[in-house]
Design a protein around this ligand. Structure first.
Ligand code: C2E
Ligand code: MG
Ligand code: MG
Length: 284
């Protein structure tokens, strides 16, 4: 049976076509049920996507992206299962596993002599709001025993601005631990410039929405140029997400962007293929 794609309607709510309603709901219920066991069954893994600094084409690090191989359905996209994990609260144990596994992997690479500076991990709203987050991050960093700057955490504007007083305090404390903080999907939320000025972040990741047409669309180029100016004014680095071509790289370099991430340099890859990729591309 065909699985129904949810149709996004204006206002951000999601509507399902009624003919496929029950099939969709069935898959959802099934995925939610199976997600509870996915961790202990070893069905979750992390894929790693490189981030390349434009000046000197230097490897900055890798973003860890969660993957779920379901025994029956095969790969399930994060856009499908992360929201389920979020709603059910499963994102808390899963998120802690992601943190621990990403740092374990970074440590393993270093032990093998593979020189990788940093790994970036995504946080979800529920994790960010969890009172136990700071202690969980502290514990995994303590366990991994890696130098400061080895872990980057990605949060979104809406997460940080939901309860800004608390968020600013939490982010400042994380930074004291040596965590690098990035604002993910920048430009898709309700950017509040006065609040942005106060957020203790190091990196702004411009959403791929603005990068996709950057070569042809003067409006998108103007947005990126403005975000770069703003970020640099605050002393932040700018990462472009979803970079798929050399033409985009050239354009982004002209616009002053610092780092590129996307299929042009490398798609998210299994951990055991990272060192081969690095050698092939001249990063090792
Ligand atoms: P994100 O953090 O913004 O990650 C970037 C997404 O863009 C990834 O999708 C990546 O595979 C995709 N991408 C990278 N380069 C390109 C490109 O050149 N072109 C295009 N079209 N896409 C590209 P993915 O892996 O499906 O993840 C989707 C989202 O799921 C992530 O967006 C993130 O919000 C969430 N996610 C993934 N892993 C985790 C995790 O461990 N924890 C949490 N809380 N969320 C996660
Ligand atoms: Mg991300
Ligand atoms: Mg993003």
């Amino acid at each position: 049976a065909e699985t129904a794609e949810p149709a996004t309607v204006p206002g951000g709510t999601v509507a399902y076509y009624s003919a496929e309603n029950s099939a969709t709901r069935g898959r959802r219920v099934r995925l939610l049920q199976d997600l509870r066991l996915a961790l202990e069954r070893g069905e979750l893994s992390l894929a790693y996507q490189p981030q390349i600094a434009l000046v000197g084409e230097r490897l900055v690090g890798f973003e860890a992206l969660l993957r779920w191989y379901h025994p029956e359905f095969g790969q399930v996209a994060p856009s499908e299962f992360v929201p389920l994990a979020e709603e059910s609260g499963l994102i808390l144990p899963i998120g802690t596993w992601v943190l621990r596994d990403a740092l374990r992997q970074l440590k393993a690479w270093r032990v093998e002599g593979i020189d990788i500076e940093r790994v970036a991990v995504n946080l979800s709203p529920r994790q960010f709001e969890d009172p136990g987050l700071f202690d969980a991050v502290w514990a995994v960093l303590d366990e991994a025993c890696l130098p400061k700057g080895s872990l980057e955490l990605e949060v979104t504007e809406s997460m940080a601005l939901h309860d800004p007083v608390r968020a600013i305090e939490l982010m400042a404390r994380l930074r004291e631990l040596g965590v690098v903080l990035a604002l993910d999907d920048f430009g898709t939320g309700y950017s509040n410039l006065s609040q942005l000025k106060r957020l203790p972040v190091d990196v702004i990741k411009i959403d791929q929405l603005f990068i996709r047409q950057i070569v042809r669309d003067a409006g998108d180029a103007a947005i990126v140029r403005a975000v770069v100016a703003l970020a640099h004014g605050f002393g932040l680095k700018v990462v472009a997400e979803g970079v798929e071509s050399q033409a985009q790289v050239i354009k982004l370099a002209q616009l002053g962007c610092d780092v590129c991430q996307g299929y042009h340099y490398g798609a998210p890859m299994a951990a055991n293929t990272v060192s081969g990729w690095m050698r092939e591309r001249g990063f090792a």
